[in-house]
Design a protein around this ligand. Structure first.
Ligand SMILES: [Zn+2]
Length: 495
C-alpha cells in the first residue's frame, strides 16, 4: 500500500509591486485540514486527492498547504517563517512515505530567495532522499527552474488560461506519481524561449497559444508520454530564469521528449509578436466610452491583484473625474484608510477623502466626496471556484457617477465575485473597471458593448517595457531589440 504525502505552497508575485508579502497574507492548512478543506473543491490538491482516494490501496498523508493572493515579493521574515514551517511539517514523515506530490505555483519570489519553489523541492529531496519520487504541479504562469527540475522527478502544469483546470492538473500529477511508483522512468526535456508574453492570443480557448496546448493534450493521451506543458511564465516575476518554456516528460524515451519540446518551443517563438498586448491609451478609451451606449468594460490589467498588483490604482477614475465623465461607473479600489473613514462615518454617512495610491506611489490620490452605501466584513464566495474570499472590512461608496467597492486588502478580480458579494450587479452600470488581465466571457464580455484593454500605469502592466526589469536574463523579447533564439534541449532524469 503506497503512502503518498501531499503538501503545497503557492503564490504569484509582481516584483514591481512595492508592497512586500508578509507571513499573515498566507492562509495555511495544516495536517488533516489539507484534506478537509480541499476535498470536493476545484484546487489542484483536490484533484490529486480525488485520484488517490479512487485507489483503495493508496494511503494519503497531508502536512501543509499555504496559499496567498498575489502581491509583492515575500519579505525575509515571511519566507523564513513559511519555509521553516513547511519543512517542519515534512520532517515527521521522513522514512514513512513512498512518494510525494507538491502543489506549487512557480512564480513565487522573496527578497532573500528568488526561487522559493526550487528551495522547496531541494529541501524535500534532501529530507526524503533519492528513492522517494516527487511530482510537482505548477501554474501556467510558473517559472520552471533548473533547481526544481533537478530535484523533482516530474512536473505537470495547467493547460488553460484563464485557469479552469487546476483540479485536472493535480489529478494528472497524482496519476503520474502512481505510474512512477509502479516503475515508470520519467525523462524530462525542456526548451527555454527567451520571451515574455501577454495578451489575448494566450487565451487557450481562442488564442494562437491554445493550439499548442491542444497538441500537448493529444500527446499526453498517447502511450509513453507522461506529461507535457508550456509555461508562459509570469512576466512580472523578475527573477533570473524568467522566460517561456516547453517541457515534455516521457517514460524513458529521451529522443521523443527532445523532439517534441523543440518543436513546441520553435512554434511558440514564431508566434511571439502575436503574443503581446494591444493596448488603448487611457485618455482615448475614456473619451470614446463617454459617448457609447454601454455597458463598457475597462480592462485594467496593470493593477490586477490576481497578477500581483496592490489594486489601489485610481488612474482610470481620475481620468474620468477630470474629464467629467457622464456615465455611471463601477470600480474596486484597495484603500484601507478610506475604509476606516467609511466605518467612522457609518452607513448613510458622508465624508471627503483622497482615494487611490495608498500602496503604490505610481498613483496620485484623488480627493472625492463620498457617501457610504454599505459596509461589510469582506467575506464572500468566489463565483469561479466556490471558495471563500476575504477583502477585509469593505465599504461600498458612491461619489457622483462613481460606485466604488473599497477594500482593506487586495483581492482577485478575474470574475464578478467582489461586486456580487456586495450586492452589486455590474451589468446595471454603464462602465465597469475590471482589474484583471482576462475574464471568462460570461462574466463581462458577453453582455457588454465593448471592452477597452487600457494602457494604464501599474505594477502588472501588459506594456512590458514600462516595468523596468533588471534581474531576468537578457536579451529577452520584447524588452530587447536583438534577440536570437538558439533552441537548446536540457534533459533531466533521476534514475
Ligand atoms: Zn496563472
Amino acid at each position: 500500500m503506497p503512502r503518498i504525502l501531499i503538501a503545497g505552497i503557492a503564490q504569484e508575485i509582481s516584483s514591481f509591486n512595492p508592497v512586500s508579502t508578509e507571513y499573515e497574507l498566507f492562509s495555511i492548512q495544516r495536517g488533516t485540514e489539507v484534506l478537509e478543506m480541499n476535498r470536493g473543491t476545484t484546487t489542484a490538491i483536490a484533484g490529486a486527492l480525488a485520484l488517490f482516494e479512487a485507489h483503495e490501496d493508496v494511503e494519503v498523508v497531508t502536512t501543509f498547504a499555504a496559499k496567498a493572493v498575489s502581491a509583492g515579493p515575500m519579505s525575509a521574515d515571511c519566507w523564513s517563517q513559511l519555509s521553516t514551517e513547511f519543512l517542519d511539517s515534512l520532517k515527521p514523515h521522513v522514512g514513512k512515505v513512498d512518494a510525494i506530490y507538491l502543489s506549487l505555483h512557480g512564480s513565487m519570489g522573496g527578497e532573500t530567495d528568488l526561487d522559493p519553489e526550487g528551495w522547496v523541492l531541494e529541501q524535500t529531496r534532501l529530507l526524503f532522499g533519492d528513492n522517494v519520487p516527487i511530482v510537482f504541479s505548477l501554474d501556467l504562469h510558473g517559472i520552471l527552474t533548473a533547481k526544481m527540475l533537478h530535484h523533482g522527478n516530474a512536473v505537470t502544469a495547467y493547460h488553460t488560461y484563464p485557469h479552469v483546470d487546476l483540479h485536472d492538473t493535480g489529478k494528472r500529477a497524482a496519476s503520474l506519481l502512481l505510474k512512477i511508483v509502479d516503475g515508470a522512468e520519467p525523462v524530462i526535456a525542456r526548451v527555454r524561449v527567451p520571451a515574455i508574453v501577454r495578451g489575448d492570443e494566450l487565451k487557450t480557448d481562442t488564442g494562437c497559444f491554445g493550439e499548442q496546448i491542444r497538441q500537448i493534450k493529444e500527446l499526453e493521451a498517447s502511450e509513453k508520454i507522461l506529461a507535457g506543458g508550456f509555461l508562459i511564465g509570469n512576466p512580472f516575476t523578475d527573477v533570473p530564469e524568467l522566460c517561456c518554456q516547453a517541457f515534455v516528460v516521457t517514460d524513458g524515451d529521451q529522443q521523443r521528449a527532445e523532439n517534441i519540446a523543440l518543436e513546441l518551443a520553435s512554434e511558440f517563438w514564431a508566434n511571439r509578436e502575436l503574443m503581446q498586448s494591444d493596448l488603448v491609451p487611457l485618455e482615448e478609451a475614456v473619451s470614446k466610452a463617454a459617448t457609447m451606449n454601454g455597458p463598457v468594460i475597462f480592462t485594467d490589467a496593470a493593477d490586477a491583484p490576481s497578477s500581483g498588483s496592490p489594486g489601489d490604482s485610481n488612474s482610470i477614475i481620475s481620468e474620468m473625474f477630470h474629464t467629467e465623465y457622464p456615465n455611471s461607473v463601477l470600480a474596486a479600489v484597495t484603500d484601507a484608510e478610506v475604509v476606516k473613514l467609511a466605518v467612522a462615518a457609518g452607513v448613510g454617512g458622508k465624508f471627503r477623502a483622497s482615494i487611490g495610491g495608498s500602496l503604490d506611489p505610481r498613483f496620485t490620490p484623488l480627493e472625492l466626496d463620498f457617501k457610504v452605501k454599505l459596509l461589510s466584513d469582506g467575506n464572500y464566495i468566489l463565483e469561479s471556484w466556490g471558495v471563500p474570499q476575504n477583502s477585509g472590512i469593505t465599504a461600498v461608496l458612491t461619489s457622483g457617477v462613481f460606485t466604488l467597492v473599497v477594500t482593506s486588502r487586495p483581492v482577485s478580480q478575474f470574475d464578478r465575485s467582489l461586486f456580487l458579494g456586495h450586492g452589486i450587479d455590474p451589468s446595471r452600470y454603464h462602465s465597469i473597471i475590471v482589474k484583471s488581465p482576462h475574464c471568462q466571457p460570461q462574466f463581462f464580455d458577453e453582455w457588454s458593448e465593448h471592452n477597452f484593454n487600457v494602457d494604464a500605469p501599474g505594477s502588472t502592466s501588459a506594456n512590458l517595457h514600462s516595468l523596468g526589469h533588471s534581474i531576468c536574463a537578457r536579451p529577452i523579447f520584447p524588452l530587447d531589440e536583438q534577440v536570437d533564439f538558439n533552441p537548446a534541449v536540457e534533459i533531466y532524469r533521476r534514475h
